[in-house]
Ligand binder design. Structure first.
Ligand code: FES
Ligand SMILES: [Fe+2]
Length: 447
């Protein structure tokens, strides 16, 4: 359990909050590059860390992520014209470059020829970069811009990876905690038919042992957790990586050589909504047609989604991919299927996860709030969650005291892998001695 104070610290992400400021020290996935594929194309409405933003690709190919409202009288720039090096507000024609500079004020003479005066009329803009099919944004102090995280899925050729994003209507931590909660896989994601079980993401045989022995190795980037399940005379090991502040790497099914993995990143929209980014990749070859088909149909990994403008309660609408199975339709639960074919009665790993994470009991007793962690009863298998919370709380509080996170300057720290193995090795230390080189785990313990 957590005190209400700690829970508030971990979950609130607006400007000035401890966790909001910590997130602002990292590069964050903002949207898919394919959503702004065309220079001078339509902008995309975003909200990140409680700020309304707009992404657009300018004429020179640069992606701008800027505040969503015009500096003149606050009109939504979404309705503007993206043309000739900037976004022109539809109301009175003021124009803004991708870096936020106001470059034209056509309805007034005064600042038009006065660049100093015009500079004051700029809108907030954040640095962006593109990698891994994603546009990333950095929303922190300019002088502390971090190194790009060398996440392997961002480095493989485009044919070797699949990325997607969708809206999750919960606080970010409810999603992120599910990623490092290995024991739920044996239940929530159990499929009675091995042919359709979530092998792609989780590996086979997870249902055999629902109480894995979990050992956590803290590292500079977060931690590696080893979940050991009994499998006949041997052990089935899954090493999952958690990378600060909110990335997971989940192993594929066991194999002798590393072929790839997948995972998710949880980017807070505000305190109650999150953009989930999912990635799957191979290192050895392009994703096969079958693999892509499975991913795109949403059979296991991302959900089927459709892009909509969504009103979340405050500010402007955002453009989000909304899962077709969602809170409003009970995630299309099929009770017959639950009796006969899978544990949840819900199709797809992601919809299964959302069904239990979006409706968690909030402090007011209402679902879709922020889960009340003072009322939980954590057990041994929740060890990863306890460690992640402790780590995040410590970093957020240190930052409040002026201690910047060193990690953000070390992008290479993110170059790790998630693996799974079937072997006779019983201890995690021994396992790492044997196979640690395959996941490039940094053995350095953090205090
Ligand atoms: S509100 Fe945008 S130009 Fe007037
Ligand atoms: Fe899950």
């Amino acid at each position: 359990m957590l005190t209400n104070e700690d829970n508030e610290t971990l979950t609130r992400v607006g400007p000035g909050t401890p966790m909001g400021e910590l997130f602002r020290r990292f590069w964050l996935p903002a949207l898919l590059a394919s959503e702004v594929s065309e220079p001078d194309g339509a902008p995309v409405r975003l909200r990140i860390l409680c700020e309304d933003l707009l992404a657009f690709r300018a004429s020179d190919g640069q992606v701008g992520i800027v505040e969503a409202y015009c500096s003149h009288r606050g009109a939504p720039l979404y309705f503007g014209r993206n043309e000739q090096g900037g976004l022109r507000c539809a109301y009175h024609g003021w124009k803004f470059a991708a870096d936020g500079e106001c470059i034209d004020v056509p309805n007034a003479d005064h600042p038009r020829d006065n660049s100093k005066a015009r500079a004051k009329l700029g809108i907030r803009a954040y640095p962006t970069r593109e990698a891994g099919g994603i546009v990333w944004v950095y929303m922190g102090p300019p002088e502390r811009q971090p190194a790009p995280p060398a996440l392997e899925w961002t480095l493989v050729p485009p044919s070797h990876r699949h990325v997607s994003r969708w809206l999750q209507r919960s606080n970010w931590l409810q999603g992120a905690e599910g990623e490092i909660d290995t024991s739920h896989i044996s239940f929530l994601h159990k499929d009675h038919d091995p042919a359709t079980s979530a092998i792609y993401v989780t590996g086979a045989n997870l249902a055999v042992d629902g109480a894995p022995e979990i050992t956590v190795k803290e590292t500079d980037y977060g931690f590696a957790s080893g979940a050991r399940r009994q499998l006949g005379d041997e052990y089935f090991w899954r090493v999952t990586q958690w990378l600060l502040p909110m990335y997971s790497l989940i192993p594929r099914a066991p194999s002798t050589a590393f072929t790839g993995s997948g995972g998710r990143a949880w980017v807070p929209i505000d305190d109650y909504n999150t953009t989930t980014f999912a990635y799957a990749y191979r290192v050895d070859q392009p994703l096969s047609a079958d693999e892509l088909d499975m991913i795109e149909k949403g059979a296991h990994f991302p959900p089927r989604t459709a892009r909509h403008a969504v009103q979340l309660g405050s500010g402007q609408p955002i453009d989000a991919f909304v899962p077709l199975a969602n809170f409003d339709n009970d995630y299309l639960i099929d009770r017959d299927r639950q009796r006969t074919s899978n544990f949840s009665g819900i199709a797809g790993v992601s919809a299964q996860d959302r069904s239990v994470q979006e409706g968690m009991r909030g402090a007011t007793g209402q679902p879709r709030g922020i889960v009340d962690r003072s009322r939980e009863h954590l057990v041994r298998s929740d060890v990863c969650i306890m460690i992640a919370r402790r780590r995040l709380l410590r970093m957020a509080r240190e930052l409040q005291q002026g201690l910047e996170p060193d990690l953000v300057m070390n992008g290479d720290a993110y170059g790790v892998r998630a693996i799974s193995k079937v072997c006779a090795t019983a201890g995690f230390d021994e396992f790492l001695q044997q196979f640690g080189h395959e996941c490039a785990i940094q053995q350095e313990e953090t205090k």
